[in-house]
Design a protein around this ligand. Sequence first.
Ligand code: PBG
Length: 346
Amino acid sequence: MIFQSFYANSFYLFGILAQTNCKMNTNRPRRNRKSAAIRDMVAETALTVNDLIYPLFITEKENEQTAIPSLPNICRLGKNDLLREVETALQLGIHTFVLFPAVEESKKDRFATYSYASDNFYLNYARSLKEAFPQIVLMSDVAMDPYSSDGHDGLVENGEILNDQTLPILAKMSLAQAQAGYDILGPSDMMDGRVGYIRQALDKEGYTDVSIMSYTAKYASAFYGPFRDALESAPKSGDKKTYQMNPANKRDALIEAELDAAEGADFLMVKPALAYLDIIHLLKEKTNLPITAYNVSGEYAMIHAAAQKGWLDYDSVMMETLLSIKRAGADAILTYFAKDCAAILK
Ligand code: PBG
């Protein structure tokens, strides 16, 4: 009885194998990979220089390129170096830039008042850049942290980050940036209702053409470490978990996306990118605004560190990383790799 069923089973198995064999002979996916030309022809995703947004750190100190140890090849740039860097990037075909200010500790206060001061270098540099290169797209960062003595994105009181009291400060900062010539404002603070609040403030003053790229799904991530080194902007106490999103959550991203779209955002951003490819994909599928991804400082630092050790090939891993972010659904990518990537694409 047992013997019989053994035979019966093995005949059955053989039948299946024979069938799959036969199928394997007609369907050979490898045919579409047999040459570079065919692989390119059937490629579903292509990275182009138009996808790239180049983040730049700026400092008030003129003619002093300050290196950032945890961000290899990235420097804090004074005005002249910034102008030169943008010119170099333009020659590589990059035309969109986002600026982040490294502000002296003495200029920081609880209310981030320097963020909208008329002599603020963040605003002056933008004016100079737009004057020198009117064709560029210039994006800002809207959040209190680079200007805040507490190092938080919102106003701190008794250890709490106040939401509604932060909004007018963000609106003042946004208006100052719009006046200075920034084309796209990037609220990265994660306060509730800030996109709508900023949109209304802009429209009231006639800045209806200034865009908002909202940091929609910004996670409370450890991958921002090198960025905080660059700006010396780490929180003086506590962490950002009461406003930035919990890495465990996906549906939260949909709630944020719905709100941002309703409040008037022009682009939705997911940040970080690599550990959150599923979120990029989700927003691309479920929403209709362009999706940008922020390939953050820690993601950049990791690849550099491994490449320095000779453990990974820098160019290949960088290109594969950026392509995967695009494949997940990003329409544009903010990345410290922008120049290196553009050079390879060229
Ligand atoms: C701050 C801001 C951060 C980044 C962009 N804007 C850091 C933070 O939230 O602490 C991180 C970008 C990066 O890591 O490259 N509003």
